[in-house]
Design a protein around this ligand. Structure first.
Ligand code: ZN
Length: 424
């Protein structure tokens, strides 16, 4: 399994100059050969192949001295990128009109294109220690350690962000060390008031990073709009704004990673609502809160981490009335559709339901019900053998969630009670 570790580099002055030079040279090579390929095609009606370009690159390095100052892999990878851009373009040509997405390869511009270069591993030219990364030509570069980097390095991409930071994305081939097996299962109700409420009645607060950084963002936007075009202050204002956005993203990602990792570590089955975030964001009143909560990113994290550690992530249909159903007797209370109703007493069984906790318990039992149906031979297509084994051990705890008030109520009985209460 391949995994990319992103770290923020702390280059010294010389290293910073060399990184910028490498990015510049990679761009130069890309543009040089793009022009050459175009000229060659116009003159000969033939394509200049990758191998031909590669040979020409060796000659070019003899002509232009400064190309030798930078990492040779950066230049080679640039040629490979160009080759890939051509391939994508030709593959796209074969598609039907309206489905085309890739244009003819464009020249890379200094301030618009992605500022990066990629280098590959050969003979220990790349090494990682506790907080230093060895890169070709640059030598040892310090970085901020935020996570353990494990596995064998395949390649490293160095990027200069719009906020002026240097990020190394270290791609490693790694055996994932799986978390120990556990038997707990959990239901999650994702919300806005709280980020989520679990079926264990744990509430995780919503950090709302956009809201808390709103003043800073507003100030940074104002400074940018007031600065004169082309001035030094404008460059500074741009960097400041990009840094503020970057900070929000980092804070949120950190929160999402920690939360998803803990939930995966502690539980073997996690049941969640299958949210259609795109649809929900159309509701403008909720839009900012929902984008801020970045649920889809969170669910993606849960998905791949569940995959790594042999956990099951079971989604429950969006239309399953998790909030409105009484966890105790199964009565569906239409009044609970009102988002403001935070707690309610069930008119049938009298159970007192806290909105979010009740929903998470229902999501758990519905998720387990779907899994039971799958493992009972109705549909086992989507479940791996490892997951099935896991499910058998975990499902033992399921009945607790199904009848929280201690008695098993059959649907027929519920219907009778509804009629009795004069609701249906
Ligand atoms: Zn009830």
């Amino acid at each position: 399994m391949q995994k990319a570790f992103k770290v923020t580099l702390i280059p010294n002055h010389n290293q910073e100059v060399l990184i910028n030079k490498s990015i510049g040279c990679a761009r130069f090579v890309y543009n040089h050969f793009l022009a050459l390929k175009q000229e060659f095609y116009q003159a000969e009606q033939k394509t200049l192949t990758y191998n031909a370009c590669s040979q020409k690159l060796t000659l070019l390095k003899k002509e232009i001295g400064w190309l030798k100052d930078v990492d040779k892999f950066a230049l080679q990878n640039s040629l490979k990128n160009l080759e890939a851009a051509y391939k994508n373009f030709f593959a796209d040509l074969k598609k039907v009109k309206g489905k085309k997405s890739v244009g003819f390869p464009k020249f890379k511009k200094k301030h618009i294109s992605k500022q990066s270069y990629k280098t590959n591993l050969t003979n220990k030219n790349i090494q990682v220690t506790e907080n230093r990364l060895k890169l070709p030509k640059l030598g040892w570069v310090k970085f901020y350690k935020s996570q353990d980097i494990t596995g064998h390095v395949v390649n490293v991409t160095v990027t200069r962000t719009s906020s002026g930071k240097y990020i190394a994305s270290i791609l490693c081939k790694a055996e994932i060390e799986k978390y120990p097996q556990v038997t707990q299962s959990i239901g999650l109700d994702l919300g806005i008031k709280s980020y989520l409420v679990t079926s264990n009645n744990e509430t995780v607060d919503n950090p709302k990073y956009y809201r808390t950084q709103k003043r800073k963002l507003g100030k940074a936007h104002k400074e940018l709009s007031r600065s004169v075009k082309g001035s030094n202050n404008r460059v500074k204002a741009k960097i400041k704004l990009a840094r503020t956005y970057q900070r929000i993203t980092n804070l949120r990602d950190d929160f999402l990673h920690k939360l998803s990792t803990r939930l995966i570590k502690e539980n073997s089955i996690i049941c969640i609502e299958d949210l259609r975030v795109a649809n929900m964001v159309k509701n403008h009143k909720l839009a900012l809160s929902i984008s801020d909560a970045s649920w889809s990113k969170f669910v993606t994290m849960l998905e791949y981490k569940a995959n790594w550690h042999d956990r099951i992530l079971q989604k429950v249909d969006t239309f399953y009335p998790s909030s409105q159903t009484c966890k105790c007797c199964g009565f569906i209370n239409p009044l609970v559709k009102d988002l403001k109703l935070r707690e309610w007493s069930c008119p049938i069984c009298g159970n007192y339901n806290l909105r979010d906790l009740n929903a998470s318990l229902n999501i758990l039992s519905e998720g387990l019900r779907i899994l039971t149906a799958k493992s009972g031979g109705i549909n086992t297509a989507g479940v791996s053998p490892a997951a099935k084994r896991l499910f058998k051990t975990a499902a033992v705890g399921a009945p607790d969630a199904l009848n929280a008030c201690g008695e098993l109520v059959r649907p027929g009985v519920i219907q009778a009670r509804i009629v009795e209460a004069g609701i249906a």
